[in-house]
Write a protein that binds this ligand. Sequence first.
Ligand code: NAP
Length: 461
Amino acid sequence: MNTNSSNTMALAPSTSNKRETVCIFGTGDFGRALGHRMIQSGYPVVYGSRSTQISNLIPKDAEVLGHAEAAQKAAIIIVAIPRQHYNFLTPLAEVLRGKVLVDISNNLKLNQYPESNAEYLAQLLPGSKVVKAFNTVSAWALQSGTLDASRQVFVCADDVEAKQMVMDIVRALGLTPLDKGSLLAAQEIENYPLQLFPMWKFPIILSFGLAIFFFFYCLALDVIHTYIYENNNFSFFIAFTIPNRVFPVMALILLALVYLPGIFAAIIQLYRGTKYRRFPDWLDKWMLCRKQLGLIALAFAFLHVVFTLASPLRSFVSWRTSNRIVSQALNNQTQPLDHTNAWLSDSYLALGILGFFFFVLLGITSLPSVSNNVNWREFRFVQSKLGYLTLILCTAHTMVYGGKWFLNPSAYKWYLPNIYMLSLVVPCAVLVVKFVLILPCVDKPLTQIRQGWERNPKYSE
Ligand code: NAP
């Protein structure tokens, strides 16, 4: 046995005598980091290890004993050992009977085993009360105290009292316990740390694919076509002009794609005459990643704003402006003010600024710290009503800017429509169908369906 009692003092000495001893099996990275934090929070810690030799890495003030001896000293045992070694616990079944075993383990792959590690532990030791916790917190974050991103600790167990004891420890460590119910939830909790931005995959792939498509579309029409037919080398458009054409188009299309699944859902519900049938899987998945689509759209809108503000700094723009002035001077002619153009450019700018303002507002309200402070009705109001207002403003902004090309034959290079025309297809379709859906003759049955009414009750079986 070894006791280390030098410098590190418990941070909560006044309460340390009230805290119960906690046993940690395993002196690996996680066991040491958790032990360190527990000692700081006033918990006496005893380690159960294969080797009782003290090392500098082990937190000071902690005891290191053999597994059986350590387990006898505490009611709660944290198993900081990988699942593949759990077999060593079977001979300790009698010592561990009635004790709370906290499974903190993770796997290397999603759904690696048929049952969760916590359920496996419960099967190995049926006399113990197994609680799943701490697996989403990293050893590094625990030790360094940088827990800003991962303060939540998911806890689940079949024994309510055992779960409560572990949740009390979680709170005492300055973390936030989140009750996930029975041990059945353990598999889901074990999968959390293995997921890589699960909700972002589809929006990112879609945005990337669309952005690449529009980039090459612009490249073909604005650079290659101009080079072939007008013998003008505008290859420098690749750096600034083309990105600043792609960004607003992407922002508008992605924003429309946030509202399109809602339109599909309404049409499906109207067609089926019930809300009690599941939407197709693709629609469900699409609806779940609307926030991510909206945030990517906002990022594109932001880039568009920055690029546009930087536009006057470009040498191409100053060359074009000075050229125009010089040619007017040479011809001794000043162009009269074109009132239509002045109106169009002012309206286009005003619509863009307002659209961006509401876009930012939507983004801010989707932040958890903000959305947690509004009720469901307020959240719906902002995301739906203000969202549609943003879509209307951004669509109008694009229409005013690019509308003139619809009737201009020079816009159809290689018989292809200009990028601005393409960008208007989805938003206009969404807005037109939405307008139809809010007509009283359509809105009334849809509202009834959403309140539970069924046209043909057999669907609700
Ligand atoms: P580790 O550094 O490899 O430590 C594992 C410990 O398990 C060893 O130090 C050893 O402790 C014990 N052990 C190894 N083989 C054993 C055997 N055959 N029989 C009995 N005990 C054995 O691993 P770790 O990073 O601390 O991770 C431990 C568990 O925490 C894993 O299940 C992991 O998924 C989970 N986890 C880790 C992190 C993290 O950030 N590291 C985060 C969340 C969850 P003794 O030498 O003292 O016996």
